[in-house]
Design a protein around this ligand. Structure first.
Ligand SMILES: C[S@@+](CC[C@H](N)C(=O)[O-])C[C@H]1O[C@@H](n2cnc3c(N)ncnc32)[C@H](O)[C@@H]1O
Length: 274
């Protein structure tokens, strides 16, 4: 029991350090058009899968707020929460600057206390960070409880079988290193990542990452550890079913019309509560 608790704490500690330092810059690398495409997808899923009009939305790991801010601008009532207080503070500052109102809270995605309050819940790029099986199930069950009947959860996983270059593909993990450079207006984000440890039975990798960020506020060098838990399509489907979701639909790479042959990097699940 103590061993499990310690393992959980060390994952949370590493994640908090990573996102406190890098979260804001990392989210800035999501260019305007990527953000818009994801927001458009959310609205498509709200219209198509929820049984009633979506108004109240919870984002269980909102980071520095790119999705909740975008949805609030489109007229939704949003609550965003995140484990990393630095991320929540950035989201609050942005909401104030952009003059949109929403509730922003520090909180763990496995300690949600809501009951039938939301029409939709977002859990985007968070499942891979949850420390273990029990945390994943706890989070999804609590999300299920937080939703009103007919409400939907939108969550995603990175596809480990993606055969291109990415830090979550088995190909990169087995090779042991990954290099990436992202340029968006006014920012360059360079990552040099090395696999520090990989458990091929449980599908958990720890990356040792060095990042150089050239941003308007200067040039920064970060060295952080990042943990990655790999998920497959079927296990995610089973988790969602075990949490109580009935209608579960997968959209590879946020694509509304799935291509015939897909090489999806991301698998996006939309699941409805009965
Ligand atoms: C990859 S970012 C995703 C942020 C946002 N959802 C997005 O897609 O841009 C992951 C976020 O999860 C947060 N996080 C990590 N563990 C968490 C937990 N147990 N509960 C809530 N948030 C957590 C981190 O602080 C970080 O902001």
């Amino acid at each position: 029991m103590d061993r499990l608790e310690n393992a959980r704490k060390s994952v949370l500690k590493a994640s908090r350090s990573y996102y406190a330092h890098l979260g804001y810059y990392e989210e800035c690398t999501y260019a305007e058009n990527t953000n818009r495409r994801e927001l458009d997808f959310f609205e498509f899923a709200f219209r198509t899968h929820a049984t009633h009009k979506v108004r109240d939305v919870l984002d269980v790991a909102c980071g520095s707020g790119r999705h909740v801010l975008g949805l609030a601008h489109r007229g939704y009532r949003c609550v965003g929460q995140d484990y990393t207080p630095e991320q929540v503070q950035i989201a609050k500052t942005r909401a104030k600057q952009e003059r949109v109102s929403m509730k922003l809270l520090q909180g763990d995605a496995t300690k949600l206390k809501y009951e039938s309050e939301f029409d939709a819940v977002l859990a985007v790029r968070i499942l891979f960070l949850l420390p273990d099986d029990e945390s994943v199930l706890t989070c999804l069950r609590q999300v299920h409880r937080a939703l009103k009947s007919g409400g939907i959860l939108i969550c995603n996983i990175a596809n480990p079988f993606y055969d291109g270059e990415n830090w979550f593909s088995l190909k990169s993990i087995q090779r042991g290193h990954y290099f990436n450079e992202v340029c968006v207006p006014k920012m360059r984000f360079i990552s040099v990542d090395r696999v520090q440890d990989f458990d091929p039975i449980h599908g958990v990798a720890w990356w040792q990452e060095t990042h150089v960020v050239e941003a308007p506020d200067g040039v920064h060098l970060f060295r952080e550890r990042e943990r990655l838990r790999l998920f497959t399509y079927w296990e995610t489907h089973h988790y969602l079913q075990a949490a109580g979701f009935k209608e579960i639909k997968c959209y590879p790479d946020w694509k509304i019309k799935p291509p015939k042959k897909t090489k999806a990097e991301m698998l996006v699940f939309v699941s409805r509560k009965d």
